[in-house]
Design a protein around this ligand. Structure first.
Ligand SMILES: Cc1ncc(COP(=O)(O)O)c(C=O)c1O
Length: 390
């Protein structure tokens, strides 16, 4: 606006209407405030180095000259491995033709929503969710409709039923979950797939954290009991490989076909070197790495839960997967005020829950994927600050 005033009639280039209100996420904004010596519990990735097998495969790709375009859909070998992985997990025959290798899980979400969401369509999204779903839906001119969650972050079905209509094309779930660290029960997922059948919508199941679980039950995928599902997955979290940008979708061939075209026009193909490296994340070479990470996260998640729940006035749900814990800090203020005070007073960075929707404003998100001694120090500082709040 100011620019427009200064330029008089000469208009500055303006972003399209659907972009209005879209800004860098609160997660990125908060992370930008980290100082050199800040303990940063705001980062959404494992601190581990890339598993050696993935690294070596990437080096091999360079050495072998695997540095050219791949097919728009992705390397066949990687798609075969992804298909095998999801066949085993779902108990269904998934073929490589049902997989598209994308630029991270985020690229997979873009392909789905760009291809299928029309202006006026509705997409049901948990009221506390990774902000990308809402943003991409908004950019397509679709309507993102939040559905409520219970205190333990499970789905409030009574509320969800009120939101279901013929305008709904998709419903999003993300289990294990960012930011709550919770896992949806098989029973609830079966209820959702029954609803999808009855009301003719598709479930987008974001399973990017599916290998990182440490609760009692293995996360259940809706693909195990329904065909009205598009799975989003990738290696970013399971292989400590957020920078390689490899994700994928699993869907029927019919649904996949137009998304291959979208992938072509959005990005041509995912990086060939990264696709090659990702082979090692699915061919069994990183099994031990993932097992160790899970054990480590279980211990740290329990520790974080115990420290946080010992603070009077805090409500906290025990994490079962991913590497986040999402305490209710509303006794101390709103999420931005509390997160900023934690940063200013004790130099620990957390993410204000408002980054995940209005209902998140009672919470801050902490990542416990962190060196244990540093995590202990961070939690002690937070506990001390909250117990002596002034
Ligand atoms: C729930 C969820 N989905 C998708 C993504 C995006 O993953 P990627 O880095 O593979 O694009 C993230 C990243 O933090 C996430 O938390």
């Amino acid at each position: 606006m100011l620019l427009r005033k200064l330029l008089g009639d000469k208009m500055a280039l303006e972003a399209k209407d659907s972009f209005s209100g879209v800004d860098i996420s609160e997660i990125r904004k908060m992370n930008a405030l980290a100082r050199k010596d800040t303990i940063n519990l705001g980062i959404g990735q494992l601190p581990d180095s890339l598993p050696a097998a993935v690294r070596d495969k990437g080096i091999e790709a360079f050495m072998n000259g695997e540095t050219r375009y791949t097919s728009n859909q992705g390397f066949l070998l990687l798609r075969e491995l992804a298909a095998e992985y999801h066949s085993e997990k779902s108990g269904k025959e998934i073929s490589p033709e049902q997989i598209i290798i994308t630029n991270g899980a985020e690229g997979a979400l873009w392909n789905i929503l760009f291809t299928y969401l029309d202006r006026g369509d509705e997409i049901l999204i948990p009221e506390i969710a990774f902000s990308v779903y809402n943003t991409i839906a908004d950019l397509q001119g679709a309507r993102a409709v939040p559905y409520k969650q219970n205190e333990d972050f499970s789905i409030d079905f009574e509320n969800l039923m009120e939101k279901v209509s013929s305008r709904v094309k998709f419903l999003v779930i993300n289990s294990p979950n960012n930011p709550t660290g919770t896992v949806l029960s098989e029973e609830d997922i079966r209820k959702l797939t029954a609803l999808a059948d009855e009301h003719d919508f598709y479930i987008i199941s974001d399973e990017i954290y599916s290998e990182l679980y440490f609760g009692e039950n293995t996360p259940f995928s809706p693909l195990q009991c329904s065909d009205k599902v598009i799975v989003v997955d990738g290696i970013s979290k399971r292989a400590a490989a957020t920078g390689l940008r490899i994700g994928w979708t699993v869907a029927s061939q019919e649904i996949t076909k137009p998304m291959i075209v979208a992938n072509q026009y959005i990005t041509t193909c995912a990086s060939s070197v990264s696709q090659y490296a990702a082979i090692a994340s699915l061919d069994g070479s990183t099994g031990r790495f993932v097992e160790q990470v899970k054990e480590d996260l279980k211990m740290k998640g329990e520790y974080a839960f115990n420290v946080l729940s010992s603070i009077k006035g805090i409500q906290v749900v025990k994490p079962q997967g991913a590497f986040y814990i999402f305490p209710d800090i509303s006794s101390w203020g709103n999420s931005k005020d509390v997160a900023h005070k934690i940063l200013d007073k004790v130099n620990v960075l957390t993410i204000p829950g408002i980054a995940f929707g209005e209902r998140g404003d009672r919470h801050v998100r902490l990542s416990f994927a962190m060196d244990f001694d540093v995590l202990k120090e961070a939690l002690n500082r937070i506990k001390d600050l909250l117990e002596n709040w002034r």
